[in-house]
Write a protein of this length. Structure first.
Length: 224
């Protein structure tokens, strides 16, 4: 993973430093972006030492966790019309596909459970509640967490798009505002922050899933 990031940074630096293209000459190189990101006195007002940076982070994080999204971007204009001037527009858009992605993965997980488990539970006198808790939920958990990871992975992408159009704060808003003000280092800082937040949130879901499904790891290890 890190090799890919370093390779992309090296390619970026080479394009800015050596390619004789006007479009690349306007872009900052990775060193300039990193210096701006870590500067106590940033040129464009955004770095890890400024309150505004964390304000945009908190707005984006709150919206992502409030809706837990993977939204269809085609809903953005309609959401703006319905929820004009409010946070609900961004949250509504980010909610839609998250619900369906998680629900469909859960349904697939239940469908894939071996029918013998249901018959065995019924023979042992299990009630419907027992079957739900001891058969359906554990059997569907892998697919549930797969759906959650897909949802969270796309959450930040769709959230940024919504914030670019219908928000006054957030990392997506910061990217669009920086574009309008021709502040390229700030654009890259906001993009990198979105990537880090997306990776961290997906990692949290993965860790929680692994803790709740220790039995699965043990069964896989035993089968191997």
């Amino acid at each position: 993973m890190w090799a890919g990031y370093l390779g992309a940074a090296a390619l970026w630096y080479a394009c800015v430093a050596w390619l004789p293209l006007e479009s690349f000459r306007r872009l900052p190189d990775p060193v300039a972006v990193l210096s701006e990101w870590l500067s106590p006195q940033p040129t464009y007002g955004i770095s890890i030492f400024t309150a505004a940076y964390y304000k945009h982070m908190l707005y984006s994080t709150w919206r992502a966790t409030a809706a837990f999204p993977v939204p269809p971007l085609a809903w953005v204009p309609l959401a703006i019309l319905i929820f004009a001037g409010s946070e609900a527009a961004v949250i509504f858009v980010t909610f839609l596909v998250a619900f369906f992605a998680t629900t469909l993965n859960t349904a697939v997980g239940v469908k894939l459970i071996d029918p013998d488990f249901f018959r065995a539970a019924a023979c042992l006198g299990a009630s419907r509640r027992d079957i739900l808790v001891d058969v359906v939920l554990p059997g569907a958990l892998p697919n549930i967490f797969t759906g959650l990871q897909i949802a969270m992975g796309a959450a930040w992408f769709s959230l940024a798009a919504g914030e670019m159009i219908a928000a006054q704060y957030g990392l997506g808003f910061l990217i669009m505002e920086s574009y309008n003000l021709i502040q390229f280092p700030t654009i890259v800082i906001a993009m990198a922050t979105l990537g880090l937040l997306g990776y961290a949130s997906s990692a949290i879901i993965r860790v929680v899933g692994n803790r709740l499904m220790r039995w699965r790891a043990q069964s896989i290890g035993f089968a191997a």
